[in-house]
Design a protein around this ligand. Structure first.
Ligand code: KIV
Ligand code: ZN
Length: 529
């Protein structure tokens, strides 16, 4: 439906609503620290995201603090918080977002038959609840988003009825979630079209699309919704999110840019910032990007086959629909080595999208030199791994790996000699195991007994060659709390232990936060000392 009160330019503009810090962070294991959330929010703001969903303020003190801090630091983006359909949630959400230059409350309730059964409300009772809660939110804030959760499995007549109620009660954005990733492109478009045609007042609000990727159709469904009239896409960096994730920001934004001939819509995103934020989100969430992931995968711009390389050399457009530089990938692959100086490293980091302060640069330079001593050629990906390693390990960590020596051979058991610093005190131990990594992990457990279970252990070679760095991801779970650690090193066992220790530090940090003031040992862990 065309809104005649809007200029052509306004009608073509699609708002980007990023929910990496809410729906993305909700994904088991993707928990981020307070500082990491602030850093990601700043990058989202800088890249031109219109609305940042910063968290779910009622969920915990930590969520509330993060949303408030993001609201205070926001520059251009609208800062949004999530609230269920009750006054307490909405009031708490407002307390957190009100500091933003442009605050938004996002309130939701499940409207499909299955979801209506959970609060045990009949259709009329739920309609009344929607009216009351949206009105309450609108009395606090003039920017209200309302979502009928599981909209794609809600009866059409009822969906039209509740959307109309929400609009009349003051909602300014109506979001249509495909909560379980069930819809398909044609249906996604038909649903938006149907709402725009049937709901009185639909032309006075923005319709949003919020898709999950369970059937691999989240991007296609979001784009179809836009073609039908939605003007806000909800998405996350790298498609992070529960189960198979959400619509990936980089995919919808680049699709609209590259295929603007058939999808004539604009976003406000500076696409050259995509790679940097993708790497950052992968590092802090501990969810590595799959190699062949569209736009941000390691292989997305790699042309290995002879035919492709030949074509590329003659004319890049033969096999390339977008330039690497469009998404912030440095065109040059200037290889660095042990003779490269600080200025060259600074230039390389800038190329890769990292603008470091002098003290941070000094630290990376020392570690770069150490790496260059062990590895003849240092590639872009090695440098990114160095930076990410720095991001995930902090000086105030309770546990730090000081020394490790492993003895391997065809005859087991393998042995690990380890010194681990626990709250500033060194502890040394010898342990055995079924392989060097198992022996080293056993040494950590002996020095620092804990009951965390290993859920994921993943090793990636950063570059080719036997001297390549390994990036290791470790996910631990204890008492329902999940933490992921990452580390890189040319020695796979060292990287593994650092990643393991990093995940443990995060678990400890979370326990300390949930029991403020408590000593780390009171909270749960006991050191071997
Ligand atoms: O997927 C979903 O339904 C959601 C809502 C809270 C909008 O994330
Ligand atoms: Zn969702």
């Amino acid at each position: 439906m065309t809104d005649t009160t809007k200029t052509a330019a306004e009608q073509d503009r699609v708002l980007i609503f990023d929910t990496t810090l809410r729906d993305g962070e909700q994904s088991p294991g993707a928990t981020m620290t307070h500082d990491e959330k602030l850093e990601i929010a700043a990058l989202l703001d800088e890249m031109g995201v219109d609305i940042i969903e910063a968290g779910f303020p009622i969920a915990s003190e930590g969520d509330f603090d993060a949303v408030s801090a993001i609201a205070k630091q926001s520059r251009n983006a609208t800062i949004c918080g999530l609230a269920r359909a009750n006054y307490k949630d909405i009031d708490r959400c407002w307390e957190a977002v009100k500091h933003a230059k442009s605050p938004r409350i996002h309130t939701f309730i499940g409207t499909s038959p299955l979801h209506r059964a959970i609060p045990n409300l009949d259709m009329d009772q739920m309609a009344e609840r929607i009216h009351d809660t949206v009105s309450h939110a609108r009395n606090l804030c003039d920017n209200i988003q309302w979502s009928p959760m599981d909209a794609t499995r809600t009866e059409h007549d009822y969906l039209c009825r509740v959307v109309e109620i929400a609009i009349k009660a003051g909602a300014t954005t109506i979001n249509i979630p495909d909560t379980v990733g069930y819809t398909a492109p044609r249906e996604s478009a038909d649903l938006i079209r149907m709402l725009l045609e049937r709901v009185p007042g639909a032309d006075t609000v923005v319709f949003a699309t919020h898709c999950h990727n369970d059937l691999g159709m989240a991007t296609a469904n979001a784009l179809a919704a836009v073609e039908a009239g939605a003007r806000q896409i909800e998405c996350t960096i790298n498609g992070l999110g529960e189960r198979a994730g959400n619509t990936a920001l980089e995919e919808v934004v680049m699709a609209l840019k590259v295929r603007n001939d058939i999808m004539p819509f604009r976003t406000g995103i500076d696409t050259t910032k995509i790679m940097n934020i993708s790497r950052k989100v992968a590092a802090v969430s501990g969810f590595p990007v799959q190699f062949n992931k569209a736009i941000v995968g390691k292989n997305a711009f790699a042309h290995e086959s002879g035919i492709h390389q030949d074509g590329m050399l003659k004319n890049a457009q033969t096999f390339e629909i977008m330039r690497p530089a469009d998404v912030g990938l440095a065109d040059t692959s200037l290889v660095m080595g042990k003779h490269s100086g600080r200025a060259a490293l600074r230039a390389k980091l800038k190329d890769l999208g990292y603008d470091l302060a002098d003290n941070q640069l000094n630290d990376v330079f020392v570690r770069f030199k150490a790496l260059a001593d062990r590895k003849k050629e240092v590639y872009d990906d090695d440098i990114v791994a160095l930076i990410q390693d720095q991001v995930t390990s902090a000086e105030h960590d309770i546990l730090q790996l000081k020394r490790l020596r492993v003895v391997c051979g065809t005859e087991g058991p393998q042995e690990a000699e380890m010194t681990l610093t626990v709250e500033g005190v060194d502890h040394s131990i010898d342990a055995t195991g079924d392989g060097p990594v198992d022996a080293a992990f056993n040494a950590v457990k002996m020095i620092y007994p804990h009951s965390a279970k290993l859920h994921l252990y993943q090793v990636h070679a950063v570059t080719e060659g036997t001297d390549a760095q390994a990036t290791v991801s470790v996910r631990l779970e204890e008492d329902g709390k999940i933490a992921t650690g990452q580390a890189a090193d040319t020695d796979t066992v060292v990287a593994s232990v650092k990643a393991y220790v990093n995940a443990l530090n995060r678990l400890i940090h979370r326990r300390q936060k949930s029991a403020p003031g408590a000593d780390v040992k009171d909270v749960h862990y006991t050191s071997h000392a």
